[in-house]
Design a binder for this molecule. Sequence first.
Ligand code: FAD
Length: 288
Amino acid sequence: MDRLISFEVFPSNTQDDFTKLVATIQELAKLNPAFISVTCSNNNQTIDQITIKVANYIKNELGIETIAHLPAAYLSKAQVKRTIENLTRLGIYHVLALRGDTLPNLKPVHDFLYASDLIIYIKTIAPEFSISGACYPEVHPDSPNRISDIQALKLKCDVGCDSLISQLFFDNDLFYEFIERCQLAGIDVPILAGIMPIVNRKQAIRLVQTTKTNLPRKFLAILEKYEHNPKALGEAGLAYAVDQIVDLLTQGVGGVHLYTMNNANVAEHIYQQTGALFATASCFGQEK
Ligand code: FAD
């Protein structure tokens, strides 16, 4: 992997949405990403097919690497095996192995209590697969503390996770502290920094509620000052994300994974502002 930027898209349920998503992906493809990953809902089966359909388009119609997200809390081993076989038939050999969020009113199947169980299973049935995992610079919300979270992450890597993609964050210092914890724990796989450009206030509020991400003073000030000025908020949000990326790449972080929210314009803007920086570094921390 010699390019440093990658994108996440989320698939849609209707044919109309799919057509729109294809147009978005075509625009993202022009930015020469290392890969485009495709999210997957964790209430299984039908959505799973949509993820595979979109990943197939990226890989086989556009010739761009793709990663299919695979949350498994509600999947049985047989279902995971079928998914892996379907991906193999399409020539897709890379998944983001996830436990997925557990829903309060729906008991998990229990074949995969943690992402590491899923990784062990995939490595057994399809050792040729590349497996990425999720990581949380600000600690996973279910974790009792940082130590237990980093121990679980180390286990995930020890059983076969080849690279990590981070949860989004707005405070780079927290990401650098996390990288240090990983190094101390002996986690040495590449870690992509997850960045989500915030272009509207509703999106910011929803995010904070779902991810419990820390919002630095500078970021909160943007939300407050431009509360009633969506255009200014959008521009300030993009500038904030550009600033984060400039700092990350300058500090030698090896790659940035952009949560695009299916908005190609946002990705284009970010790329226009930071493309030269991406061109002067090689993946995962080593300057060219
Ligand atoms: P795990 O790695 O299993 O960790 C879950 C919790 O269990 C953590 O607190 C961890 O510390 C703990 N833990 C792990 N292993 C052990 C162990 N052996 N013993 C004790 N404790 C342990 N969700 C979706 O539904 N669909 C998606 O497409 C999706 N994409 C995502 C992409 C990224 C980059 C990220 C960061 C998250 C994504 N999620 C997605 C959300 C994710 O599914 C949730 O955050 C979920 O709650 C945790 O999944 P995980 O794979 O990180 O779980």
